[in-house]
Design a binder for this molecule. Structure first.
Ligand SMILES: CC(C)(COP(=O)(O)OP(=O)(O)OC[C@H]1O[C@@H](n2cnc3c(N)ncnc32)[C@H](O)[C@@H]1OP(=O)(O)O)[C@@H](O)C(=O)NCCC(=O)NCCS
Length: 179
């Protein structure tokens, strides 16, 4: 069954092909891509491929990035969710990584924090994950602020395909203590 989570202002659900135009609006914006490979998309076709890949991940892992939808307007404003990493990264494998990305016009409204809190709750309670990780470009101040609000702890800066990358962890035990 497809998971649907509701928060105060948002609905979280699997991404669908009908979200293509919203994702294109987000991912063709150079500001959105400044600290994430710096390679904004140029065509809807690239977005279709991303959704295809996410649909594979839903099937394979039961979870992946989810659409974040504004309850009152029904607009898909971005995505947030847990990606399951089988392949090694920073000497870890078989772990869940929290990620989020929103249309620029929706930054600064608390949506990243609101959606991520619900995702962490789902990961720790429903999936019983012991630790959730996050990575970010050290210059990505907005993302680091979100991680700090969520209770993530900075661990180390490592080399990710030639780029300096900050590695964060949130343990279930410290998440519980924060609640
Ligand atoms: C990273 C990113 C998701 C952060 O988004 P954001 O809007 O800054 O983060 P939040 O949703 O938590 O909102 C933060 C601000 O909203 C404000 N806010 C306004 N209304 C709010 C509300 N009702 N509830 C909570 N916060 C609210 C807060 O004061 C907060 O600002 P502060 O942290 O300076 O105090 C966004 O910058 C983005 O999409 N960037 C491009 C993609 C990217 O870099 N992704 C991360 C890769 S690691």
């Amino acid at each position: 069954m497809k998971i649907v989570i509701e928060t105060n202002r948002l609905i979280l659900r699997e991404l669908e092909y009908t979200d293509e135009m919203d994702l294109f609006e987000m991912d063709s914006d150079p500001d959105v891509h400044l600290y994430i490979e710096n390679n904004p998309v140029n065509s809807i076709n690239e977005i279709t491929k991303v959704i295809e890949m996410l649909k594979e991940q839903y099937k394979e892992n039961g979870i992946a990035r989810w659409a974040v939808v504004n309850k009152s307007t029904n607009e898909c404003i971005g995505w947030a969710g847990l990606k399951y990493f089988k392949q090694p990264l920073n000497n870890h494998n078989n772990f869940y990584e929290l990620g989020y990305r929103f249309k620029k016009k929706h930054w600064g409204k608390g949506y990243a924090t609101e959606s991520s809190n619900a995702i962490l709750e789902y990961g720790f309670r429903n999936l019983n994950i012991e630790s959730i990780f996050a990575i970010t470009d050290p210059r990505n101040v907005n993302s680091k602020k979100v991680l700090a609000k969520l209770g993530f702890e900075y661990k180390v800066t490592f080399d990710y395909e030639g780029d300096k990358t900050d590695w964060f962890e949130l343990k279930k035990t410290s998440w519980k203590n924060k609640k």
